[in-house]
Design a protein. Structure first.
Lengths: 411, 411
């Protein structure tokens, strides 16, 4: 065993369970949409907990909350840690909020042990990471990192026409401070994996060294709607049969792109969509993810080939790239500290790539950043059934603590 | 050239165009739903035309209209001819009504030529063939043929909760006469093909000797919804990829079943249907049609095999047969008269199978019946773009006239 400092596992678990009551659903998850009453409950509680632990809480103009544990050297750039407290509708109890509350637990542990760090540690709760109420996702960390303008973000509306600005005022979280990046020594986001790898491999900690690039396409396949009883097979221009070939081609593209390849058709609308009519058109999405730009380019080229093949069916094809998000590498120094910390705890680890977007992906544009993943059951997330074990929660928070102690004591 | 009697082509075309004003749509088609105000306009006009030509019009309790041209021998069973005047929403100008108005033109021609037949000729307009307003299709001919009960049919409701019985009273077509089969010597239904074969082969008349059997299935494919970014390809249980394999398997089943094979997936619902979620479930329809029971059995067995194959993807499959309508053969004597009539006119003909359901399919259960098809442009039907040429309309009516003269003069 090692002599590393450990967090209080039962306090962390209790804190997580208490927070899961804010927006709790009958199905055992939460609906805590950004800037909702449930989000306000959670924010108020988080601020109260931070203040009880002696940390000042500042709120910026996008509602991002920054709770500071001062270090010995206010002249040095602080270390940031955090994630988000908002959830998907019928979402899980750990996505986002685990990273915030594990950060709080780390700060509480430092208090308990009377540990002074050289640098300030800033615990952050980013507004509207999910994008479920206000599109796009990672809105407020995006403003902070200069990806979106403040006015763009404040004007984004939910489906009832309520803007981010209005919602912030309504729940009392429209702060004064500008939502603008400040110098950071390092930034860490601890998160559940939301995928099945760590659990399947029995590994404590994922050291996230990169995030996948994403390319999203809108595809329209046009054939000709015809009577299913009177139209012989050889005279049909069945858009759904073309779509079926496309789906299998996309799957093949994903499998050929290696372990980190992702290729998904998630949505399709069939027209006219009647039992006894040969489908005349299909509108669908295709998305590719991969950590290497070169591979993404190849996947896109293979998609074009697959679409070309469909023309043999006398189908008309339209393809539009609607989203192109480049792959990113997290900071090598931030990664090294995580690996050292995991090692010091005697835990198992593996490097991995984030397939999902996270606030850390934007912060990485303006400050040295990396992420830590912990396992979650069967990779289930964005779902009321999202689960983690108390041991997994404890392990991740211990890794975060050890990592922060390394980063915050560098002069 | 032959000396066969011919109908008045320009009067027929004018009659068709006038009738197409009842429920005319901006797109050049009609919306003349069963028992609607537009249907009433059409019915009133049809009855007026029939009465002007000296034919008595009787209406039964299902609103079926019977217009009689008496023959010399009222003791002999009559010959029936007709189809339906209702349309699909945004339907075409010829589906159904062509068979009614060509029948009227035949009776008018017999008047003009002072031709007496031995047997009465009954022109019929069946209520609610399309099933678009009141499910199921062929409702009133079904009652007449004993397939459905009178009370079942009168109680069928449209999506506003209005029953067939109420709608009949509302437009004044709830007749006294029982909707019950009477002895017929022969029954003919003339209809547009609603498929592309006759036009493609340049043939005047399709002699419909059979109607396909139909088997409809509800299929549910269950996998597991997962994050499209974090779930590796080899750990997915993608219901949509399984569905894609099923669609291509169904297409192959149809192609292997020969020229008369039909296999269609027309409808699918994908859950959750989000761009960045691996689909967890797909609900879809599969339908097969073929004129031979044995082949339908083989198609069904091949479907079961295709579903079995999907289990290799670790998908759960549910299949339910929701509709099983056996193939039918039309009456050999009725068919022979058509072939003789076409030959006498010097027209081209081919035997064919109806892939769609028609009122004649039910009448065939209680009386000797057959159908005549004429070409329609590109096989387009149930569509405002449904078109036929005046020459095709004329040819079909001439065939009907010659056929009826044969049938109605048999003693």
């Amino acid at each position: 065993m090692t002599t590393a400092v450990r967090i209080d596992a039962s306090r962390l678990w209790q804190t997580l369970q208490t927070f899961a009551t804010f927006g709790a659903t009958p199905g055992g998850g939460v609906t805590r949409l950004a800037l909702s009453e449930e989000d306000k409950q959670g924010r108020d509680t988080l601020r109260a907990w931070a203040q009880q632990a002696g940390f000042h809480c500042e709120v910026d103009e996008l509602g991002n909350m920054f709770m500071r544990r001062p270090g010995l050297r206010p002249d040095l750039a602080p270390v940031m840690v955090g994630s988000h407290a908002d959830s998907q509708p019928l979402g899980g109890n750990y996505d986002g909020i685990y990273g915030v509350l594990a950060g709080l637990e780390v700060l509480r542990t430092l208090n308990d042990r009377h540990i002074q760090t050289e640098r300030d540690i800033l615990l952050v709760n980013w507004t509207n990471e999910e994008g479920a109420r206000f599109a796009p996702a990672m809105l407020a960390s995006g403003v902070w990192a200069g990806v979106f303008s403040r006015d763009y973000a404040l004007g984004r509306q939910d489906r009832h026409g309520i803007s981010v600005g209005e919602a912030l005022h309504h729940i009392g979280y429209a702060g004064e401070r500008a939502a603008r990046a400040q110098p950071l020594h390092a930034c860490y986001e601890l998160h559940i994996e939301q995928g099945p790898i760590l659990e399947a491999e029995g590994i404590n900690a994922g050291v996230v060294h990169a995030a996948m690039g994403q390319r999203w396409f809108d595809i329209t396949i046009e054939g000709f709607a015809a009577h299913a009883g009177t139209t012989p097979m050889n005279l049909r221009r069945d858009a759904l049969c073309g779509f079926a070939e496309l789906v299998l081609a996309v799957e093949k593209i994903g499998k050929q792109a290696g372990d980190d390849g992702r290729a998904t058709v998630g949505m399709a609308q069939i027209t006219p969509g009647s039992r006894n009519v040969v489908p005349g058109a299909v509108f669908c999405s295709v998305e590719f993810r991969h950590p290497e730009l070169q591979v993404l380019n190849e996947m896109e080229a293979q998609l074009a080939q697959a679409l070309d093949t469909l023309r043999q069916r006398n189908l008309r094809l339209l393809s539009e790239k609607i989203f192109d998000y480049p792959p990113l590498n997290f900071d090598a120094g931030c990664i090294r500290r995580i690996e050292k910390a995991v090692h010091s705890l005697g835990y198992t680890q593996r490097r991995m790539v984030s397939g999902a977007g996270h606030d850390a992906c934007y912060i990485n544009r303006v400050a040295p950043t990396a992420m830590i993943f912990i396992p979650c059951v069967k990779g289930i997330s964005h779902n009321e059934e999202e689960r983690i074990s108390p041991q997994w929660a404890e392990g991740g928070a211990n890794v975060l603590l050890a990592t922060l102690l390394l980063a915050a004591n560098e002069s």
